[in-house]
Design a protein around this ligand. Sequence first.
Ligand code: URA
Length: 253
Amino acid sequence: MIERDALLAALEWQLAAGVDEVVGFEPANRLAPPPQRKAPTPPAPRVATMPVYPESVLAQDLAGVCDLDALRALLLDFDGCALKKTATNTVFGEGPVGARLMIIGEAPGADEDRQGRPFVGPSGRLLEQMLAAIGLAREEVYIANTVYWRPPGNRTPSAEEVEACRPFIDRQIALVGPEVLMLAGGAAAKTLLGATEGIMRLRGRWRVLAGQGGPVDAMPTFHPAFLLRSPARKREAWLDLLAIRARLESAHP
Ligand code: URA
């Protein structure tokens, strides 16, 4: 009985520390001596895998990628972001090329990590209702995140993690070619706009993002997860949605 209580206490402690997913089925013995190092092997011939580039070089490299499938394939091979090590799935953006509205969130959560698709949990359900309120179906918009792997315990991705993934979102924006970007939450707004203010100050005001495919109107707004916790802020989010709808309608009345 004591052993059971001790085990439960250890599990609770892990949950509180954000360890809420099973990453491997076999427990890792972190106290075991490291494996014997093999004698160095001669350099292998160059193979066409994605090297871990410094961000600026990677951005140049991706500039030549001309469709989303090729970009996704590069992301699956990309090892430049540590979040990949603890995630179950890579969560690439989804939606049609040429979508008039592109939504950028923060990071996949537990549901997205399990299914490998963006915004499929409770936040996704609210997002779909928000879209429906302005006459849009999920299938019509392109939905992506600033990072492609779930941060352990759903913590906010670090500046380095976001920076490492940045060229992939820049390229997705250029390939999708939206008329309007909805930046959902402070992480997406700050990352893409290079802003230092928080979402409370940023939301509701149009900004222009100088994208690789040309300038795009961007509306920062609250993240659906925040709205689930603070429903009183839905009024402001609604005003932002109306502004998005008006901008889309003015382009194609
Ligand atoms: N929150 C996000 O920012 N993105 C998702 O895909 C899910 C939840």
